[in-house]
Design a protein around this ligand. Structure first.
Ligand code: TRP
Ligand code: ZN
Length: 485
């Protein structure tokens, strides 16, 4: 689903076609259409990602993991596509296993793989026109490509992970994709501006279990391999798709009525067999976190929540409905990843430069949780301010990959919200957050959209409180503690 590029798209296609797109109009020559199709989404941080005009609505993903813990993978996926401009080629991000077949509405079609551009390029029988829908299927098998993370110094590449078995520990696989790792295992329009729904089917050997984003369906197959099926019914960005394979204990708890209109949120956590009690305790208060955060943010946006614990010591990631947690995660990290379900997964930055809209809000949730437990929120804010004063800071919109997950995205982003709260008071701040998630859930926005919305909802005083945090090269003063106005 593409929302924010739409106006630009109409403008550009008006230039290209001499008018707004309409089925009756003659198309430009194929070569012009093909050159046009080569345009990416032009993300300032990742200029190669995505295809301009492509709108993936749904991914139906079938993955088979024959030997958990090894990198080998076979996939058979069907994408439901639409376009916002005529596309003579579909150029999916893909840097993965060998592609063996591609079909367009069920018919075999030509394709090629451009390894340097990390694209799977598919030639449909006729250009995909705005208003049309098509099904693109791809089959592939082999080893995912290696994409190094741009910022975090992760000890592993992004995307599809394999953790070999060792002693009593079973081999495992899982996804860890933010920002651009999903296309190591899934041909996709791998950019947050094109959110989509997912059906994920994972086939694993007997004794293993799979988990993925969304609600679990019935398990298919008896003796021998089993297929686990998950439905993610609300659109999410590609990087947020969770897939896990392990020998898991699936621990359920009664659902929590904090969804839209008080609907129940299914609760399940996945712990690798043998996970120590101390690791599990971090998640003992997830239900209370759901209640506290939904009071501040508005209804929980998805049908389920829980964690999947992994064994390597990696940073935690907010994979949709199922956060991916290392054994070392703290309760504070647990709150942070839960908050990302609203901010990041439901309300999504339109581009990577705006990632503070995810990280700032998730970090602010840590302060809100501290306060809900009787702690001193203002002291948390003062520590963030100190960190920025000592370590340096920048305006909120990132201009290079090295800034995506830096302390300005996290702590400065959080302090911007603290400043808005101080300017409006708690009652208006809470109302703002509810209105914000109601307006942008399922969608994407830029920092400019955020400031416009803040001005509309909280007036010039709210916007004035945010501006210096958004734009000043220096560090604005620590906002005061908010009253309960
Ligand atoms: N979004 C994560 C968080 O703060 C941080 C993160 C970014 C990450 N990219 C990652 C974690 C890749 C693990 C892997 O919660
Ligand atoms: Zn985060």
């Amino acid at each position: 689903m593409v929302r924010s590029v739409k106006r630009l798209t109409l403008l550009l296609s008006a230039v290209l076609l001499g008018g707004p797109p309409a089925a009756a109009q003659p198309l430009p020559p194929t070569s012009a259409l093909a050159a046009e199709a080569a345009r990416t989404l032009n993300d300032p941080i990742f200029p190669g990602l995505g295809q301009l005009g492509l709108d993936v609505r749904h991914y139906d993903v079938a993955l088979t993991v024959a030997e958990p813990g090894t990198p080998g993978l076979s996939g058979s996926v069907t994408l439901t596509l639409t376009a916002t401009r005529p596309l003579a080629e579909v150029r999916l991000d893909f840097f993965g296993p060998t592609v063996t077949a591609v079909r367009w509405n069920g018919q075999a079609v030509p394709f090629r793989v451009d390894g340097a551009a990390q694209k799977l390029i598919v030639m449909p029988p006729t250009p995909l026109l705005p208003g049309q829908e098509a099904r693109l299927s791809a089959e592939y098998q082999g080893t995912p490509g290696v994409i190094l993370d741009p910022d975090l110094d992760l000890p592993v590449p992004l995307g599809w992970q394999s953790v070999p078995g060792e002693g009593p520990r079973a081999g495992a696989n899982f996804t860890l994709s933010e920002p651009n790792g999903t296309h190591t295992f899934l041909p996709s329009n791998d950019h947050p501006s094109d959110k989509a729904t997912f059906t994920t089917r994972v086939t694993v050997p007997q004794g293993y279990a799979a988990a993925a984003s969304g609600l679990e369906g019935p398990v298919v197959g008896g003796n021998g391999p089993q297929t686990f099926v998950f439905t993610q019914a609300q659109p999410i960005p590609t990087y947020a798709l969770a897939v896990h394979v392990n020998r898991f204990e699936r621990v359920t708890a009664p659902s929590v009525p904090v969804g839209v209109n008080g609907s129940p949120v299914v609760r399940r956590d996945y712990f690798p067999v043998g996970t120590p009690q101390g690791v599990r305790t971090v998640y003992a208060r997830t239900d209370e976190m759901l209640r506290v955060l939904s009071e501040w943010f508005g209804p929980y946006p998805f049908g389920a929540y829980g964690v999947a614990v992994v064994t390597p010591r990696l940073p935690a990631l907010e994979t949709a409905t199922l956060s991916t947690m290392p054994p070392t995660a703290s309760e504070r990290t647990a709150v942070h990843e839960l908050a990302h379900q609203w901010f990041g997964n439901a309300v999504t930055p339109a581009g990577w430069a705006d990632v503070w809209l995810s990280e700032g809000f998730a970090t602010y949730a840590e302060l809100l949780w501290t306060e809900s437990q009787g702690g001193d929120g203002q002291a948390v804010a003062a520590r963030w301010h100190d960190t920025l004063a000592r370590g340096g800071t920048r305006p909120l919109v990132a201009v290079q990959a090295g800034q995506l997950f830096d302390r300005s995205a996290y702590q400065r982003g959080a302090l911007a919200l603290h400043a808005l709260r101080a300017a409006t008071g708690d009652v208006a701040f809470r109302a703002f957050l509810h209105a914000y998630t109601a307006r942008f859930s399922g969608s994407t926005l830029t920092t400019a959209d955020f400031l416009t919305f803040a001005r509309a909802r909280t007036g010039p005083a709210g916007e004035a409180a945010l501006r210096p945090w958004a734009e000043s090269p220096g560090l604005p003063p620590l906002p005061p503690s908010s009253s309960s106005r």
